[in-house]
Ligand binder design. Structure first.
Ligand code: NCD
Length: 479
């Protein structure tokens, strides 16, 4: 173990976020899924895998589920069985050692010895990243709290690609609980990375979390066209446009961009989500419902596809099921070939090879890492983050990436929520750190020289920043 704490072996690939995969790797997963479908589809149902292969050679996949699931768990298990592998399941938290108070870190260290890969579903944001840190087999995130659900996104993108032949420059509307739906968070990152235009249709008060919206703007080049500039459809709250060339949009008025997107083409797909009642204290009002009348609006056309990760609980009219635009059951069916492909590439099964060692997608290795023991200093402010679970906290550190952009901030290494209220102090000197520039700050964070606090008062309570010789007072901010 390094002085920085536990790190997973460098050669292991995990999928905690859709941003752990590069675009090229996502396309590679799809090419392998195409291959499996071409060879193993059910003769009567072309989107269903109906036959098995033996490339899995008896390898074992463990599904470790601490939250309810039908599609994700069973499609992963079906995928492993179709590959000629085997499965182990722990799907009922009440009968697992978690009910005795076992930490997630201990559970995955143990299960790593029983299986060749683990699929984890967990109610806490960032649980998959923590599990990956302690497992010695690949960990795949099957949904962690409200954070991400990257393999659902692989199924969603694969479905769009099969329907549209191309993944680039799609117009996609996302509707419902954009705040609580982990499927949405992975999906919008990936769509932006494939240059989509995103039409946000949140239920009232359920807009994208601010840190997700900010990442779309800062890292994935989205430009936001506010509602007032987009008059055609009152149900659209905001339009996120991703230009092919990042600087292309800078000179064009937003109203003109909106008009162009609108005139150019109807929405290719509307992605519906349910109200995530398990992640909210109160029930939402006026939840948007998608039915035939909804699809009569001018933004939609005869080719607009209707998608849903399922389960649906009233927000998607069952009368649409016979409509050729409804593709949600096909979307669920593609879960098997897509997950077969991902398992193959993580375990190096058959002729397809293995994903390279490097982590892809989002360039987090280039971001400074603030990594300190959790007995002092700032901690993740997201109450649902895995670091704030008492059983799991001792296995974590106060670990954040430093992100500079519109406003410099610390992004939790586990759940990726961020905070911009950090003030930095020398770990040894206890004196405020005056950063000359973002890179100066990054350098000292990386060296482990600094401790961050949420403001000067918190620092003073811990004995930092007070009684500074020479009278330097106050905490230095991030800039
Ligand atoms: C989703 C999930 O669990 O996040 N379900 C799924 O995996 N298809 C969506 C949901 O529960 O609403």
């Amino acid at each position: 173990m390094s002085s920085r704490g536990h790190r997973s072996q460098p050669s292991l690939r995990h999928v905690s976020s859709i941003n752990d995969l590069t675009n090229a790797e996502i396309e590679r997963v799809f090419a392998v899924a195409d291959d499996y479908l071409a060879g193993l589809a059910d003769a009567r149902v072309p989107h269903k895998i109906g036959k098995s292969t033996d490339v899995g050679g008896g390898r074992i996949l463990a599904t470790l589920f601490f939250e309810p699931s039908t599609r994700t768990r069973l499609s992963f298990e079906s995928a492993m069985l179709r590959l000629g592998g085997r499965t182990l399941t722990s799907a009922d938290p009440a009968t697992s050692s978690a009910s005795k108070g076992e930490s997630l870190a201990d559970s995955v260290r143990v299960v790593s010895n029983y299986a060749d890969a683990i699929v984890l579903r967990h109610p806490r944001d960032g649980a998959a990243r923590l599990a990956a840190q302690y497992a010695h087999v690949p960990v795949i995130n099957g949904g962690d709290g409200a954070h991400e659900h990257p393999t659902q996104t692989l199924c969603d993108l694969y479905t769009l690609r099969r329907e549209n032949r191309d993944l680039r420059r799609l117009n996609v509307a996302v509707s419902g609980d954009l705040r609580g739906s982990r499927t949405i968070h992975s999906f919008v990152y990936a769509l932006a990375r494939f240059d989509a235009n995103l039409f946000m249709m949140p239920a009232k008060g359920m807009e994208l979390p601010e840190h997700v919206a900010r990442r779309l703007r800062e890292e994935f080049n989205c430009m936001v066209v506010p509602k007032s500039d987009y008059l055609s459809d009152p149900s659209i709250d905001a339009l996120y446009v991703t230009p092919e060339q990042p600087n292309q949009l800078a000179l064009i008025p937003t109203a003109e961009i909106a008009a162009n997107v609108q005139i150019n083409r109807a929405i290719d797909a509307v992605y519906v989500t349910r109200f995530q009642k398990e992640r909210w204290a109160t029930h939402g009002q006026d939840y948007p419902r998608v039915d035939r009348a909804f699809l009569d609006a001018p933004s939609y056309g005869p080719k607009t596809k209707v998608m849903h990760p399922l389960p649906r609980v009233g927000e998607l009219d069952i009368a649409l099921d016979d409509d050729s635009r409804a593709i949600y059951f096909k979307q669920a069916s593609y879960g098997v070939p897509v997950r077969m492909a991902l398992i193959s590439l993580l375990l190096g099964l058959g002729k397809f090879g293995r994903l390279a060692e490097a982590e892809g997608g989002f360039p987090q290795d280039r971001l400074a890492l603030y990594d300190q023991p959790h007995d002092v200093g700032i901690r993740c402010a997201n109450p649902n983050c895995i670091v704030n679970e008492p059983h799991d906290r001792p296995y974590t550190r106060n670990r954040f990436h430093l992100v500079t952009g519109e406003r410099p901030r610390l992004r939790c290494w586990y759940c990726e929520a961020d905070r911009s209220d950090a003030a930095f102090f020398g770990r040894k000197t206890h004196r405020p750190f005056a950063a000359r520039s973002d890179s100066h700050l990054a350098e000292h964070i990386d060296k482990g020289d600094l401790v961050a606090f949420a403001g000067a008062d918190e620092a003073a309570a811990a004995g930092f920043g007070t009684a500074v010789p020479g009278g330097v007072g106050g905490a230095a901010g991030l800039t």
